[in-house]
Design a binder for this molecule. Structure first.
Ligand code: PAF
Length: 282
């Protein structure tokens, strides 16, 4: 275990990175919004496969929250997060203030098409991906890492970030890492703490719904009825569905049949006041 160094300024992070580079180390970046759970830690471990030094950024990015979303109540647990990072010997935690990231006069926003306008998350959170693209572009520029790791849990986000890095000729390689799940199948998420005990009991049905739908498609059922059964099962369990869809796994384009694959199932649904998302390869 090595204590993780915490810095708040871009300058201090760059100084550390320059020192590592002069020693010939490769650098990995794991952008997060904190409230770290084992899923985040698995991203740090993934980054370690490519890099000798790993930076974890912790920044609850106001630009990616809509006006009625949970920016104010999003869990902020920096001290506990740094302890968890030290346990896995993450080398550096970059935890900037809002002013460090968006100083007075900040006037730039990255707008994207392609996977950012797939009519999935973007239909329900219209400004979300421009907020994500803006902060991720900044973090990639600030850290100049060799590799950056993002979870597949936010599947549309992962494709958006891959597109962003390619379109803007960024040199950092973007890697996805598999979703970590609780033993009952619920995808780990910082937002799971919002669930009441009863909602927590129901929440794993989201993943179960994806698995059952994937099973039906693989067994040869047509996409529409398979999706309809999945939606019905979730509604019956008490979810209010935003979307439950199957798309092309690489582009998020709509598909007509399993032959149009590789396929990815994607879902977002509310349980009470908590919105959960998940996805599964078919
Ligand atoms: O996935 C997240 O936690 C955030 O969207 C990210 C990528 C750190 C950008 O704020």
């Amino acid at each position: 275990m090595t204590a993780t160094i915490v810095v708040n300024s871009v300058e201090a992070m760059r100084r550390e990175v320059a020192g590592w580079r002069s020693q010939g180390f490769k650098v990995g970046l794991v952008p997060t919004m904190g409230a770290l759970h084992p899923g985040h830690i698995s991203l740090v471990e993934e980054a370690r496969k490519y890099a000798q030094r790993v930076i974890v950024t912790i920044f609850v990015n106001p630009a990616q929250f809509g006006p009625s979303e949970d920016f104010g109540k999003y869990p902020r647990t920096l001290e506990a997060d740094v302890e968890k990072l030290s346990e896995v010997s993450a080398d550096l935690c970059f935890a900037p203030t809002v002013e460090e990231i968006y100083p007075k006069g900040f006037s730039t926003r990255v707008e994207m098409d392609g996977p950012a306008r797939a009519e999935l998350e973007d239909s329900f959170r219209p400004t979300h991906f421009s907020g994500v693209a803006t902060i991720v572009a900044k973090l990639l520029n600030q850290a100049q890492a060799d590799v950056a790791v993002f979870g597949e849990k936010d599947y549309q986000q992962l494709l958006v970030i891959k597109r962003l890095a390619r379109d803007l000729d960024m040199t950092t390689k973007i890697c996805g890492a598999p979703t970590l799940r609780e033993t009952d199948g619920l995808a780990m998420s910082s937002r799971n703490v919002y669930l009441s005990a009863e909602e927590r009991r129901i929440a794993p049905r989201l993943h179960a719904g994806l698995e059952e739908t994937a099973r039906r498609i693989k067994a040869g059922e047509a996409l529409s009825p398979a999706l309809e059964s999945g939606r019905a099962a979730l509604s019956e369990a008490g979810f209010a569905i935003d979307y439950f869809e199957v798309r092309h796994a690489d582009t998020l384009a709509r598909v007509k049949s399993a032959q149009d694959g590789p396929l990815r199932l994607l879902v977002a649904a509310k349980l009470g006041a908590t919105r959960l998302i998940d996805n599964l390869a078919v």
